[in-house]
Design a protein around this ligand. Structure first.
Ligand code: S3P
Length: 452
């Protein structure tokens, strides 16, 4: 079992990129796999989650030529030979590992096929709700059996069929559900519409459009006409703002720090974490330098300062849902109260992230009150080291490794293999930050010049 051992640092002065965006890498594997022609995808995230999705597409006959790898992890640059919307039947059940995005989006993709598919995952994924996608896909005509011990949970047996388009009002703000419905809609005759109660990340829409698929948007209703074939294209996946968020908080909470994250995705449906950390008192500059597959990319500079508490706005929650564990760590470092509400979705992530965050913050001496839909953190009192469990949740492991950078004593985070589900190379970057020195990179990722 691997672990992180972390001690406090005085300041952070660094400039580095983070690996490719997880949400976009899943979609790149799927959409390029469905496309007409060969797409070259660069900076694909070679994390377990995304490699499982790539494996699922390979299992459906999609040929993937690997051009570059991140040593020890997997492909980063590849040519994906699309199957022009004609997937082959996989010969065995498909492993989605730890990934809710992988399983839910693939379920959308497989619902309209002429074959049967089985999707399974690890213990955490087998306990997460799948009714949120089996409901709309069922309304489109797909028959999906939830075979898990827990009702409404994976494994999923998907009996693919010719689907009927629907207009679906999502009961929760979920990009995964929206995407599953839109991907299923590609295999229908007619118009499928997903209506979201609040804006969620729009990578599926942007990537489909960049592959030449037409969508229409009216307010929060997104419609797709079935029967369109994505046209292959080459593109680079931007760095993952959710991975950058760990370092953003590290720099923000250490006055005098300066950090530049290079080539990161700056899609406005993902950047609320920067708004919140800025509101808490850090100085943040975003510079958009280019755009790839309809996604803005740029550099983010963070100047650390004395942080103060804030309230997360209801509309911001879907936009920063994955960053809440590390925002909670920033809140513990900030003077005053930080209020996080309307975030009940956190209870059905890789762990119940309300409980895991509250327990870990308390273990480090943080003052926090737990609510059904969030928490209130009273920050400003010093954190002390603790030995904590990730419970197999990558974002919990990384958020509390960052907390260790601010705490007295040696913080131990146990069971950290899970970080590979979203952030290969994290432990190396963390080691570089702790060594306060420059590391030599195998890959152009962990170049972290740090000056005390
Ligand atoms: C994701 C959407 C979010 C997010 C997840 C990735 C995606 O989940 O938490 O990590 O790629 O669509 P929900 O859409 O279920 O909120």
């Amino acid at each position: 079992m691997s672990e992180f051992r972390v001690r406090s640092i005085r300041t952070l002065d660094a400039a580095f990129p983070v690996p490719g965006d997880k949400s976009m890498s899943h979609r790149a594997a799927m959409i390029a796999g469905l496309a007409d022609g060969v797409s070259t995808v660069r900076n694909f995230l070679p994390s377990e989650d995304c490699l499982n999705t790539l494996g699922a597409m390979r299992a459906c006959g999609v040929e993937v030529e690997v051009l570059e790898e991140m040593p020890g992890f997997g492909p980063t640059t590849m040519r994906i030979h699309g199957r022009k919307m004609e997937l082959a039947a996989p010969t065995r059940p498909i492993d989605c590992g730890n990934s809710g995005t992988g399983m839910r989006l693939l379920a959308g993709l497989f619902a309209g096929q002429s074959f049967e598919t089985e999707l399974f995952g690890d213990e955490s994924l087998s306990g997460r709700p799948m009714g949120r996608i089996t409901d709309p896909l069922g309304a489109m005509g797909a028959k999906i059996d939830c075979l898990g011990e827990k009702p409404g949970c994976a494994p999923l047996r998907i009996h693919g069929t010719k689907l009927t388009p629907i207009r679906y009002e999502l009961p929760m703000a979920s990009a995964q559900v929206k995407s599953a419905v839109l991907l299923a809609g590609m295999f229908c005759d007619g118009t499928t519409t997903a209506v979201q109660p609040a804006e969620t990340r729009d990578h599926t829409e942007r990537m489909l459009e960049s592959f030449g698929v037409k969508l229409s948007t009216e307010g929060n209703a997104i419609s797709i006409e079935g029967g369109q074939v994505p046209q292959a294209r080459d593109f680079q996946v931007p760095g993952d703002i959710s991975s950058a968020a760990f370092w953003v908080v590290a720099a923000a909470a250490l006055p005098g720090s300066r950090l530049v994250i290079k080539n990161v995705g700056l899609n406005p449906t993902r950047t609320a974490v920067l708004d919140v950390i800025e509101r808490m008192g850090a100085k943040i500059t975003r510079t958009v330098t280019s755009s790839e597959a309809g996604e803005p990319i740029g550099d983010v500079e963070i100047l650390g300062g004395k942080l103060k508490g804030t309230e997360l706005l209801k509309a911001e929650i879907p936009n920063l849902i994955d960053e809440i564990p590390v925002i909670a760590v920033a809140a513990a470092m900030a003077e005053g109260k930080t209020v996080i509400r309307n975030a009940k979705e956190l209870r059905v992530k890789e762990t119940d992230r309300i409980t895991t965050v509250v327990n870990n913050l308390r273990a480090m001496g943080g003052q926090v009150e737990e609510f059904e839909d969030g928490m209130e953190i009273t920050g400003g009192s010093p954190l002390h080291a603790a030995t904590m469990e990730s419970h197999g949740d990558h974002r919990i492991a990384m958020a509390f490794a960052i907390a260790g950078l601010f705490a007295s004593g040696e913080t131990v985070m146990r069971n950290t293999e899970c970080v590979n589900t979203s952030y290969p190379g994290f432990s190396k970057q963390l080691a570089a930050v702790l060594a306060e020195s420059k590391v030599e990179a195998d890959y152009d990722l962990p170049t972290v010049p740090v000056q005390p």
